[in-house]
Ligand binder design. Structure first.
Ligand code: KMH
Ligand code: ZN
Length: 307
């Protein structure tokens, strides 16, 4: 039975608290969401830190440590903290979670791009917290910077901490960036790619885009890689189904979509995990357990983290 590694991306730095009452941003709520998503069948949770007072994205090491150690104390899910952080953070602030907590896996954003969220302001007018509107509008002039010098530093740091990079791919040129980093010896095969579809500034979320990414990855990296897909909003489920059928893994969660279906807010990332598992089982697949994910992705083991 083919195993599918399901990842739940719990909170992210895209959606803001006023968009849905279900977005967890208090530390205990993020921890509980991880536990619920693991119980629902997620093998991996992807975690951002948020300021528990107002839900603003945070790179605070103590908040990350509280979240990661709180999850670790309650369940054996694999934890992948972000090094993407948010656009209000420096590359050093974004990377600090890896140096400090030495996680088994962390995101590694494989290139620069516009990362525009401002169009949502056409839909959302009233905000609970005063940071939300400025944060979203500020993305009109935001370039998510991941140039090669920073990618060299990120990869070396993850090598030192034995942290597997979950390599975020926002567009097809970034697959070539990965091939270059493998050629230079900064990344080692088999790499683990996370195709991120549907971000304004990155590759659109279409079947053609996804199949092109997979084909280009195979052309540039050979068959020696694993891949998952995460797609924004309404594309979250359709792209996941295509990717599973192509032999890949799947990421869901409120970081990428606040909906369970058209017009219905998801009450948790766990609800999206449950729906994804129903679908993959109907297709003849089984969700991987955390231990199976650890084995497939050759992770160092939670006993070697620093939290
Ligand atoms: N926020 C997603 C679009 C990261 O956190 O470093 C991609 C992501 C990357 O999750
Ligand atoms: Zn993220």
């Amino acid at each position: 039975m083919p195993k599918v590694i399901l990842t739940a991306a719990l909170t992210g730095a895209i959606h803001t608290p006023s968009m849905t009452p279900y977005l967890p941003f208090k530390t205990e709520d993020i921890i509980q969401e991880a536990i619920r998503s693991h119980s629902a069948g997620a093998a991996v949770v992807h975690v951002h830190a948020r300021n528990p007072e107002d839900g603003s994205p945070s790179s605070n090491g103590d908040i990350f440590k509280d979240i990661l150690s709180g999850i670790k104390a309650k369940c054996d899910v694999v934890i992948t903290p972000t090094t993407g952080g948010s656009y209000t953070m420096t590359p050093e602030e974004r990377l600090s979670v890896v140096s400090a907590l030495k996680p088994e896996m962390a995101t590694f954003n494989a290139g620069s791009l516009n990362f525009a969220l401002y169009p949502v302001l056409e839909k959302y007018k009233d905000f609970k917290f005063d940071w939300e509107e400025d944060y979203l509008r500020g993305t009109e002039s935001f370039i998510f910077s991941n140039h090669f010098k920073s990618l060299h530093i990120y990869s070396r740091t993850m090598e030192e901490t034995h942290t597997r990079p979950e390599i975020e791919i926002y567009d097809v040129g970034q697959v070539n960036n990965v091939a270059q980093l493998v050629h230079e010896g900064y990344l080692k095969k088999p790499v683990y790619l996370q195709y991120v579809l549907g971000i304004l500034g990155g590759i659109p979320a279409t079947a053609e885009s996804l199949l092109y990414l997979i084909r280009e990855s195979k052309r540039l990296l050979g068959d020696d890689f694993y891949w998952s897909v995460c797609a924004a909003g309404r594309f979250q489920f359709p792209m996941g189904v295509i990717n599973v059928l192509e032999g890949g893994f799947w990421r869901v969660g409120l970081e990428d979509s606040i909906y369970l279906e058209k017009g219905v807010l998801a009450k948790s990332s766990a609800e999206q995990v449950e729906k994804a598992i129903r679908i993959i089982r109907e297709l003849g697949y089984e969700p991987a357990t955390p231990d199976e994910a650890m084995e497939i992705l050759q992770l160092k083991g939670v006993d070697k983290v620093n939290y």
